[in-house]
Design a protein around this ligand. Sequence first.
Ligand SMILES: [Zn+2]
Length: 443
Amino acid sequence: MAEVVEEVTDLLQHLIRNACVNDGNVASGHEARSVDTLRAYLDRGGLECDTYEPAPGRASLIARIEGSDPTAPSLLLMGHTDVVPVNADRWRHDPFGGELVDDEVWGRGAVDMLNLTSSMAVAMRALADSGFTPRGTLTYLAVADEEALGTWGAHHLVEHEADAVRADYVITESGGIPIPSADGLKLPIMVGEKGCYWSTITVRGTPGHGSQPWRTDNALVKAAEVVRRISDYAPETDINDIWRRFVAGIELPQEISRGLLSPDTFMGTIEDLPVGIARQFHACTHTTFSPNIVHGGSKINTIPDTVELQIDIRTLPGQTAEDVENQLREALGDLTDDVEFTASAYDAASASPIDTPLWDVLTRASKRFYEDSATVPMLIVGATDARFFRRVGATAYGYGLFSRDLSFEDYSTMFHGDNERVDQESLRLSTELWQAVALDLLG
Ligand SMILES: [Zn+2]
């Protein structure tokens, strides 16, 4: 047992020190460094690794334990190797030092998601060493470029290397953060994620001299009203199936549960919750609109004729681009015809069914580590690589196991935040979980 903890700690430290920082440029990331680390660890004794490098340095690695029965269900364990940039001044330890301090490994990626990427690799190694001969194939994928749309990672592999990454079931980040309740731990399985629609709204006016503004057609003044309307817009509350099952599962006081399950009382109910949780709950049940960028005006004495706004819109499973455009029209009202809007990016939301063999296996396996636990479905409000696999028909969930010491609040502040770290107990739990899941599901 101690050996597993040592191995997963060591591997995680190496991945952190590789500093595969992805800033969105193709020349960043350098995930080939972590592919080398993982290959050195995995590529021996019954495991063979393949690597894919669609752009220099942007490498991903696959290791596979072939199943004996091609008709049996297959499982893909997927972790990304890239991380987001840091603001090192605000860290208490070197963000790329991978230091072990009081049983915690510090560094960028410790919870997003090099912890899982390492624990999945150690589980693969342990299964191969034990002579595991599954009926269904088990694949490990350490993937590049998750933090910037997956262009050089999951998106590329699903499109161009479909045979290499095909699986019935996929597990990746991010779930399993323990939510304590009166009758035990609730462990969220991320069964879906929101989509994004990045809208550019161009507002036009008529240029003129800034010294005579009365009754002019000022694009900036109009844009201010557009922003106000979008910010005030309250789209319908969507009590979807994932939300219903989540609320039923986490066993909140009855009055709050009831309030959260009706579109009429939802907004009133979240008013009384802590704002971090309320914001999350709101995002799980609404299309959200956040006006985040404005460009306009050219000179202090000139009335602007063009202003460009960029709105970050996040969609729910089942919503189309057309639905979003209709909502925008509703929000803008009689200003709709005065503006042009285009989508600079659109990626639909995705969700897997809740009642699946993978759900049952994760629930069962988790109970071995936390006897008092129950799994609940949840929607991720950001994006992960799971979406590419859902689109080609796989059931993909975000999951992991963590020690009871980790709170939902801590986890969310560390995710892309400062002082990211993970305790060794969490690393041990995840490593053992993956083994239990593979044995149960692939048999
Ligand atoms: Zn991540």
